[in-house]
Design a protein around this ligand. Structure first.
Ligand SMILES: Cc1cc2nc3c(=O)[nH]c(=O)nc-3n(C[C@H](O)[C@H](O)[C@H](O)COP(=O)(O)OP(=O)(O)OC[C@H]3O[C@@H](n4cnc5c(N)ncnc54)[C@H](O)[C@@H]3O)c2cc1C
Ligand code: SF4
Length: 500
């Protein structure tokens, strides 16, 4: 009896059905897809994210036509019973621990290897066990060698592995936008309208509640759209990707970023086609090496590393809280109430999240994540917030990025020091500070920058731990030179959790 193949909502590209390397579903196997309402009932997702995922699933179902049984059910378990009874089922390894535990608990379900990543988990384990400490840079070189990516024989193309030092430019002075070609944006269709009507109805029935604004859809929902987005990025935007990768401009939220994360994480694009496309652009002389290496590093380095660490670190990683942070997220933050905020950086970025469900990596790390870290908010609640509010957020990608990289809750298993800064960094890397009512160089007083004051307050709170860390101990000792430290600590106690 042919097994039915189950496609999760983030397994939507052709690679999840092609049976390549003999480890996929049977050729022409019937397919089941399940829309579980409980997923949306359990958490308050950004509406644009719910819209994107459902639109992408329904677009895939329309492509598969009669081959697919598309089930709407409360739970996956119930949906599967409805679709296949007790018949045999195959499924590619899901991307979350909860979904993996579920499929493993079901009778008659065979779990096939994961798709959509470059390395197998046992290859990563072999690599990790041969290391003295886990560092992304060594992992990235391993992947480059293993996949012959940007390599000339045994050497890195261009003679160097890492061009990061060329990719930390401040934004060009006097410019409100970077001036690169606009990214691909999809056109909505009848499927999008149907999804929006369903979301309206769920909200009206009081069944489900969302946060954020939705529409028009800004990210690809089908393989065809995702391929167009990739092509446009490679031919019109990749060349400028590198230099300003870490910069922020209030009026140019996208700059030269690729906007491909949601397509990669829905399975609509495979990382191999992205990095090979970038390398081909460099070899054809269409993009400089710093941009191409920077982009390849994001996908073959960071994305892959994060995926592997999610599984490698184990289930307990999710509850890590090395700094003992227990603060709750305030309502204005939970509601994405950008209009209540005066601090221009937080207001600008929160507005981007409210309106699009996306910002690039520096606003995530050095504005949103840094603000939460300085205030001592519970890392599990911060992770949940990022997961719900970002169109590209999934359990596997959020845990290492938020618990590890952004909140340092793992005590340094993923990064060597906490990522946080005073206002001077934001001022250097953006045009956000000049019109802000706060001053980045002021730490005490009515115009004290919340990041500058928050930074010193954070170092003071964790002095005992952080002065042991060679990468940050000098900054910690700077506390001894602050004549106004007591006033600053008093001010931060009084500020409370209202919008900055
Ligand atoms: C606190 C925090 C939370 C984040 N949450 C997510 C998330 O939920 N989902 C997500 O895909 N990325 C996440 N990232 C990583 C990164 O911010 C986004 O991948 C990126 O901003 C997406 O925009 P882009 O596609 O234009 O990326 P680009 O800047 O164009 O980068 C190219 C690609 O590299 C990959 N990438 C780069 N860095 C990472 C990383 N750290 N982890 C995983 N992939 C990476 C993405 O697939 C991205 O599309 C997070 C980073 C931080 C600091
Ligand atoms: S002054 Fe401080 S709060 Fe205002 S934009 Fe700059 S970093 Fe943000």
């Amino acid at each position: 009896m042919t097994s039915t193949h189950w496609l999760f909502g983030d397994q939507l590209g052709p690679g999840f059905l092609d049976g390549a390397d003999g480890e996929g579903p049977a050729r022409d196997a019937p397919v089941v897809m399940i829309e579980s309402r409980d997923v949306f009932r359990r958490r308050r997702f950004h509406r644009a994210k719910a819209h994107l995922i459902l639109s992408a699933m329904r677009h895939r179902a329309a492509e598969l036509g009669d081959r697919v049984t598309y089930v709407r059910a409360d739970t996956y378990r119930e949906g599967l019973r409805q679709a296949v009874g007790g018949g045999p089922v195959t499924v590619h390894h899901p991307t979350s621990r909860a979904a993996l535990a579920l499929v493993r608990s079901l009778d008659g379900v065979t779990v096939l290897p994961p798709r959509g990543f470059l390395l197998r988990q046992d290859d990563f384990r072999g690599w990790a066990e041969a290391q003295r400490g886990l560092r992304m840079e060594s992992f990235y070189r391993h992947v480059r060698r293993d996949h012959a990516l940007l390599m000339d024989g045994g050497e890195p193309a261009g003679g160097t592995w890492n061009l990061d030092h060329e990719n930390r430019e401040q934004p060009p002075p006097g410019r409100r936008t970077l001036g690169v070609a606009a990214p691909y944006r999809p056109r909505e269709d009848a499927v999008d309208e149907e999804v929006r009507r369903d979301l309206d109805r769920w909200e009206r029935d009081g069944d489900v509640s969302f946060v954020g604004r939705d529409g028009p859809r800004r990210f690809p929902a089908s393989r065809r759209e995702a391929r167009s987005a990739l092509r446009r990025f490679l031919s019109h935007r990749l060349a400028d990707f590198g230099a300003y990768e870490d910069a922020m401009l209030a009026d140019d939220e996208v700059m030269s970023h690729s906007l491909l994360s949601s397509s990669l994480n829905l399975g609509l694009l495979d990382p191999v086609e992205c990095v090979e496309g970038a390398e081909a652009a460099w070899r054809a002389g269409e993009a400089p090496l710093n941009s191409v290496e920077g982009f390849v590093r994001q996908i073959a380095g960071w994305r892959e590393y994060v995926w592997q660490l999610y599984w490698y670190f184990g289930e307990d990683y999710r509850t890590s809280n090395a700094l003992g942070h227990t603060g709750s997220l305030p309502d204005w933050w939970n509601e994405l109430d950008a209009d209540a905020v005066s601090a221009r950086c937080v207001a600008t970025v929160l507005r981007q999240v409210r309106d699009t469900g996306w910002t690039h990596h520096i606003p995530r790390l050095m504005v949103l994540g840094s603000y939460a870290l300085q205030r001592g908010w519970d890392p599990a609640a911060v992770t949940d917030w990022f997961h719900r509010c970002f169109v590209d957020g999934y359990d596997w990608v959020m845990l290492p990025n938020v618990v590890g990289m952004s909140q340092y809750a793992d005590g340094g298993r993923m990064t060597t020091k906490p990522y946080t800064s005073g206002g001077a960094y934001i001022d250097r890397m953006s045009d956000l500070c000049r019109p802000c009512p706060y001053r980045p160089d002021r730490r005490v007083g009515a115009d004290a920058c919340p990041f500058t004051a928050g930074y010193w307050n954070f170092l003071h709170r964790h002095r005992g731990r952080l002065e042991q860390n060679a990468r940050i101990s000098r900054a910690v000792h700077g506390l001894d030179r602050l004549k106004d430290l007591s006033a600053l600590l008093e001010q931060e106690r009084e500020r409370g959790e209202g919008p900055p």
